[in-house]
Design a protein around this ligand. Structure first.
Ligand SMILES: NC(=O)c1ccc[n+]([C@@H]2O[C@H](COP(=O)([O-])OP(=O)(O)OC[C@H]3O[C@@H](n4cnc5c(N)ncnc54)[C@H](OP(=O)(O)O)[C@@H]3O)[C@@H](O)[C@H]2O)c1
Length: 157
């Protein structure tokens, strides 16, 4: 992260520009994650990898990728399947994204699940599923990103 004060004459669009940057967003196929992907494309990102959870959501993820590319033709968008609760899956897919796009600058650990089951009624299987996605998911995603970032300078997680 730069601690330099920005030149006051620099236009905002340039300060927040993501030109040339490649971004990976878990859960980028819908909700907040999709809005993040759209925002990154609007900011000029060169590439966006949308990570979705399963085969069941592959079609939606591909549609969303095309939708962004249509609106922002300078941005290449691809969909990838990985369960963030599975350390190997998210590590492998992060490496694939790096190989496919040639770089990786921003990783957003957005994927998450919500349950309405009261804590007292939650069975161990559901508790493990929710913590697997919401707790271990961001950890595994950050680990996968860090294993790539630490090979490059400068980088930040
Ligand atoms: N919306 C809110 O008010 C709110 C408030 C506080 C925090 N949050 C957090 O913000 C994040 C996004 O919220 P949202 O409302 O946009 O959620 P959402 O619409 O329910 O979308 C969740 C996203 O996470 C993905 N995902 C779920 N489990 C996954 C897994 N095991 N592996 C990979 N991807 C997985 C889903 O992919 P698939 O569609 O492929 O399953 C989907 O893209 C979540 O972490 C949520 O907990 C949301």
């Amino acid at each position: 992260m730069s601690l330099r004060a920005p030149d006051e004459t620099t236009p905002l669009s340039q300060l927040f520009s993501l030109e040339g940057r490649v971004c990976l967003v878990t859960g980028g196929n819908r909700g907040i994650g999709f809005a993040v992907c759209q925002g990154y494309a609007e900011a000029g990102a060169a590439g966006i990898a949308i990570i979705h959870s399963s085969e069941a959501t592959a079609e939606l993820a591909n549609e969303r990728a095309l939708e962004i590319e249509k609106q922002y033709p300078r941005t290449k968008v691809r969909a990838y399947k990985a369960d963030v609760a599975n350390a190997k899956e998210i590590e492998d897919v992060t490496k694939r994204v790096f190989a496919d796009f040639g770089r990786l600058d921003i990783v957003v650990a957005n994927a998450g699940v919500y349950t309405e089951t009261p804590a007292l009624d939650m069975l161990p299987e559901e508790a493990q599923y929710v913590t697997g996605v919401n707790y271990f998911g961001p950890l595994y995603t950050a680990q996968a990103a860090a294993s790539i970032a630490r090979r490059k300078q400068p980088s930040a997680i």
